[in-house]
Design a protein around this ligand. Structure first.
Ligand SMILES: [Fe+2]
Length: 219
């Protein structure tokens, strides 16, 4: 099945879809490409303090708008949890984890400033999640330029699986991310691909990428 586990298409919650019309536009493009089920994963981090309670109304509004427009895609609700002291302990404490496909959780790191993780150690958190019966998905390691291959492998050993962005392969984040993503794919380290859909620029780059004959991965 053509699934996407990583998208910011819920209106007004983070740096993704700005409003409901924009959210419908992004979800419609993904449906046209062939995605059959989309898990919505708004950020939960220091800047975007989302909770299941803030996410649910936006989720339901998009679900209803897509139904009214006849866009035939299944929507699921989760989040992209950043491993930072501002929000991650609260997520655990208040049981805000919404598993993807009953067993995965999207756990991102800061994009460019590892010091934002403070005392939170990804390896320990990945082991904790495994002990809880969840498999952590590490999104877009090709965008963490501070991350060494050795460190990345320590995450995999702790039980995390790697998700690259389709957009990285299509050059959305520049040549360096593209090269790292290609290397990870070639080495067989990538379990999932995701859209990480945010806006119409993503639609353009990924649309071109799929139009070139690159397929959507089946999970
Ligand atoms: Fe994301």
């Amino acid at each position: 099945m053509k699934l996407d586990f990583h998208s910011h298409i819920l209106p007004g919650l983070d740096d993704g879809a700005t409003d409901l019309a924009n959210a419908v536009e992004l979800a419609s493009a993904m449906t046209e490409w062939g995605f059959e089920r989309i898990t919505c994963t708004p950020h939960i981090n220091a800047l975007y303090r989302n909770t299941p309670e803030t996410i649910r109304p936006a989720f339901e509004s998009l679900q209803e708008a897509l139904y009214v427009k006849g866009v035939d895609v299944e929507l699921k609700m989760s989040a992209e949890y950043r491993l930072v002291p501002e929000t991650w302990p609260e997520v655990l404490d208040k049981k805000w984890i919404m598993p993807i496909e009953d067993k995965y959780i999207l756990t991102e790191l800061p994009i460019s400033k590892p010091e934002e993780m403070g005392w939170v150690k990804p390896v320990e958190e990945f082991k904790r999640l495994k002990a809880m019966g969840l498999t952590p998905i590490l999104p877009h390691p090709e965008r963490y330029f501070y991350l060494s291959r050795q460190e990345l492998m320590s995450f995999v050993e702790a039980g995390a699986v790697i998700q690259c962005n389709y957009g990285s392969l299509g050059g959305l984040y520049g040549p360096e991310s593209q090269k790292i993503a290609e290397d990870l794919v070639r080495e067989g380290l990538v379990t999932f691909f995701g859209t990480d859909m945010h806006n119409l620029r993503y639609v353009k780059v990924m649309g071109d990428w799929f139009a070139q004959g690159n397929p959507i991965a089946e999970f």
